[in-house]
Structure formats: C-alpha cells, structure tokens
Design a protein. Structure first.
Length: 134
C-alpha cells in the first residue's frame, strides 16, 4: 500500500533473503524507485560485509507484497563495528515555493545512521544539476 502508515494500516510481512538474521533494528519506508508504492528499508547493523563483522547494511524490499528484495545498501568502505543501518529515517525534502510555476514534490531523502556517522542518500531527478559538482 502507498504511505503514509498509520495505526490502522494493515500489517504486511517483509520477507528478506536468508542470512539476514532474526533481529531488525530499524525500518522506514519511502518511494525510492518512482513507481507506485513505497519500498521498505530494513536496517541490519550486525551484518557481516566481506570480512568485516558488524559492518552493517540496509536491505531494500519492494513490490505490492513487499516480496522483491533489491541489492542491499552498504557503506562504500565498510569497517568492522560500523553498525551501518542502526537507525533509518525518511526526511521530507522540498524546494522553495514558486507560486508562478509550482513544481512537483521532491522525493524524501533516506537517512542512514551508523555508530559514528549519519549518511544521506538521494536520487537526482532527470535534468537536475548535481550540486556536489560545484
């Protein structure tokens, strides 16, 4: 179902690939692919990445039944005990209001917490200027 979630939203199980473990530390939902319906982001900060124990990762699940798992999100340079995915949030993001030519809303930013850092993930819209290149 399309968000937002409320206290009366139906419970929907999320099926993750083997090896994730039984304990999930954090969950958020946002539309990451532009298709109808939100994706579920599931933090697993105790995941082993390569040889790094407890480096952590974020599992991403999509589909109407939340049964299609995408590639996990991991730090570029994971390290042992990073705890990447210990916390997750979807941060609403907007551009300045232009009453003359209103623009469509921007997708929220994905925030991922680790033991010592917070990371922001976003997808550029078509014809957008990447501000990181200035």
């Amino acid at each position: 179902s399309k968000g937002p979630l409320t206290g009366t939203s139906p419970v929907q199980p999320v099926t993750l690939a083997p090896g994730v473990g039984e304990l999930v530390y954090s969950v958020t939902a946002l539309d990451a692919d532009g298709l109808p319906g939100d994706e579920a982001f599931v933090g697993n900060p105790v995941a082993t990445v390569g040889d790094d124990m407890r480096a952590g990762e974020v599992r991403i699940v999509s589909g109407a039944a939340l049964d299609h798992e995408l590639a996990p999100l991991r730090r570029h340079d994971p390290a042992s005990a990073d705890a990447f995915g210990i916390d997750l949030a979807a941060l609403p993001f907007s551009r300045p209001i232009d009453t003359k030519s209103p623009s469509p809303p921007l997708p929220p930013l994905l925030l991922v917490g680790s033991g010592t850092h917070a990371f922001t993930y976003f997808k550029l819209l078509p014809n957008s200027v990447d501000l990181r290149t200035f």
